[in-house]
Write a protein of this length. Structure first.
Length: 243
């Protein structure tokens, strides 16, 4: 039998990444051998989403998949991002020379897809988009029906009320979203953290902390690992797409 193709998954820690992981794990022709996550060093959190690195690594441990960090400084330039991505993918190639593709959970933003494809292509990789082009209302239902447990950790208050930050991503929340808001937050209206779902050996424990405004636009809900204390080092970066 032919060995499954090793795939690296771009992992934000949110529901779209988790659903992409479910789809890929159901495909016998591929195997997820690593997660790739952008982390802002100055905040020690997942970029855009604002989730603590400790929870990111708890996710990876629960999934049994190693995480590779693309480490950025606050307010990094595009050139700095390209350099950090090149370093991370270069290290992956050294350890896993058979990896040729990076998967992403993007759904319909063509400019975001093109940006990702261009970046990984310059480093000798191809992009893979297992959710691409599917209706987001159906994907939102699939997230819940397959057992993915998610919570909103970042809300763009230019699009959605800050009151949604910290809420569980469930049927009640979807029913309350304004008609202008994509049910998957694909336009960057909100971002999520997944604590459980298919492939998780155990749920990731956390407590819901305070909601903090950053930059007069983004409302972040701080999720606290067990036995941790609140912090004020939430990021101020703008969102690129939902998840």
């Amino acid at each position: 039998m032919t060995r499954p193709e090793p795939i690296i998954l771009s992992w934000s820690g949110g529901k779209d990444s988790a659903l992409a992981l479910v789809r890929l794990r159901d495909d016998p022709h591929v195997q997820i051998t690593g997660l790739l996550t952008t982390v802002t060093a100055g905040y020690d959190r997942v970029s855009i989403h604002g989730v603590r690195r400790t929870l990111l690594h708890a996710q990876a441990a629960a999934l049994g998949v190693p995480v590779h960090e693309v480490t950025l400084q606050p307010e990094s330039s595009n050139q700095a991002y390209d350099a950090a991505l090149a370093q991370a993918l270069g290290e992956i190639r050294e350890r896993q020379p058979a990896v040729r593709r990076v998967a992403f959970g993007d759904i319909f933003l063509q400019d975001v897809r093109q940006y990702r494809e261009d970046r990984v292509a310059a480093l000798g990789f191809d992009g893979l988009f297992p959710l691409w082009g599917e209706p987001t209302d159906a994907l939102a239902r699939e997230v819940m029906e397959c057992g993915i447990r998610a919570r909103l950790v970042c809300v763009d208050t230019h699009a959605l009320s800050a009151a949604f930050a910290g809420r569980a991503y469930d049927a009640a929340l979807l029913a309350e979203l304004p008609a202008s808001i994509d049910p998957c937050g694909e336009n960057g209206e909100f971002h999520t953290f997944v604590s459980d779902g298919p492939g998780f050996r155990t749920p990731v424990p956390y407590e819901v902390g305070e909601v903090v405004m950053r930059g007069d636009r983004f409302a972040y809900c701080d999720l606290l690992p067990p036995m941790s204390t609140p912090a004020d080092n939430l990021p101020t970066q703008a969102a690129e797409s939902g998840g």
